[in-house]
Design a protein around this ligand. Structure first.
Ligand SMILES: Nc1ncnc2c1ncn2[C@@H]1O[C@H](COP(=O)(O)OP(=O)(O)OP(=O)(O)O)[C@@H](O)[C@H]1O
Ligand SMILES: [Mg+2]
Length: 290
């Protein structure tokens, strides 16, 4: 793994501007992604088999990670390793610290304590697509992109998510699902070794979510980044991930390995059992029939 940083992160001054609105986070992620993209060969050490997690290293690893806000602990001694090419989903109750963990992995929070090693080429997609409204869609994708033909690369990435026809559109003319696909294209155009997704489908309708699940799996198989998907949707986690984690009391409190090949059926026995265990850990006790 080409590590962005492998050192205790505590005490480092915030290296990036505080997010006042969506664009501060976005530009931090984009700046980092662009400069990092030159530092690694993102295609190296990729596993050949799409379904298999890679054996040759991790996309991200944290050890003993703790983060408190105003003296209130949110993350307490978290250990987490995401293998290269592995798809990990992270569940947890609201306020449990999922986004906090993701932000540390993204390099957007340098005030946590512990050891963090994350791929140099990590990219983030948030629940809100965070496209810059004054730049055309292709220019949002190409923002900060190195290389001789950034527009061509951006348009190709938009083609991968089915948006080639919208390359010259303004972001505000996109539907919610289209904007989220553009956000994925922006992350993937840099061929990240680590893709961090913070509830990327949370604001989408049910049908669009299903389409997005297929798209994300397709893109993951094609590019094979390590993925950390933060979601509230247990079924989404079970359908997509190799491993489903639950964050509770500041720690990874539960882990489910999902060995089923994809595409998965949500009523598969193994998923139903895993779903029950996950809901129990999350403190949800379904009463109705399935
Ligand atoms: N910059 C900050 N300053 C103060 N408190 C913060 C800050 N960022 C997060 N917190 C607090 O840390 C806790 C965890 O927040 P976080 O956003 O990580 O939760 P989450 O698990 O992502 O929740 P949700 O599912 O609602 O998105 C919350 O209580 C939140 O208020
Ligand atoms: Mg969150």
């Amino acid at each position: 793994m080409a590590a962005r940083f492998r050192h205790p992160v505590n005490g480092a001054a915030a290296a990036r501007p505080a997010a006042v609105d969506g664009t501060a986070d976005q530009s931090a992620a984009l700046d980092g992604g662009a400069s990092r993209a030159t530092a690694v060969d993102a295609t190296a050490d990729r596993p050949a088999a799409p379904e298999a997690a890679a054996s040759g290293g991790a996309a991200a690893e944290v050890r003993g990670l703790s983060r408190a806000f105003d003296g209130r602990p949110v993350l307490a001694d978290v250990d987490l390793r995401i293998e290269s090419g592995e798809f990990v989903a992270l569940l947890g109750r609201s306020g449990s610290g999922k986004s906090t963990l993701l932000r540390v992995l993204a390099g957007l929070d340098r005030e946590a304590e512990g050891t963090v090693a994350a791929s140099d080429s990590a990219m983030v997609a948030f629940q809100e697509p965070r496209l810059l409204p004054w730049k055309r869609v292709w220019a949002n994708i190409a923002l900060g992109l190195d290389g001789t033909a950034p527009k061509e690369a951006a348009v190709a990435a938009l083609g991968e998510v089915g948006l080639a026809d919208h390359a010259d559109a303004w972001p505000l003319t996109l539907s919610g699902g289209e904007a989220q696909r553009a956000s994925l294209a922006r992350a993937l155009v840099r061929e990240p070794e680590l893709l961090l997704l913070d509830e990327p489908f949370g604001a989408l309708d049910a049908l669009t979510r299903i389409t997005m699940h297929d798209l994300v799996l397709h893109l993951w198989r094609r590019h094979l980044p390590g993925v950390l998907l933060v979601t509230h949707d247990v079924d989404e986690a079970l359908l997509l991930a190799d491993r489903v984690l639950v964050l509770a009391d500041g720690r990874i409190a539960h882990e489910e390995h999902i060995g089923l090949p994809r595409p998965r059926h949500r009523d598969a026995d193994a998923l139903l059992h895993a779903r029950d265990r996950l809901l129990a850990v999350l403190g949800v006790h379904p009463t109705g029939d399935r």
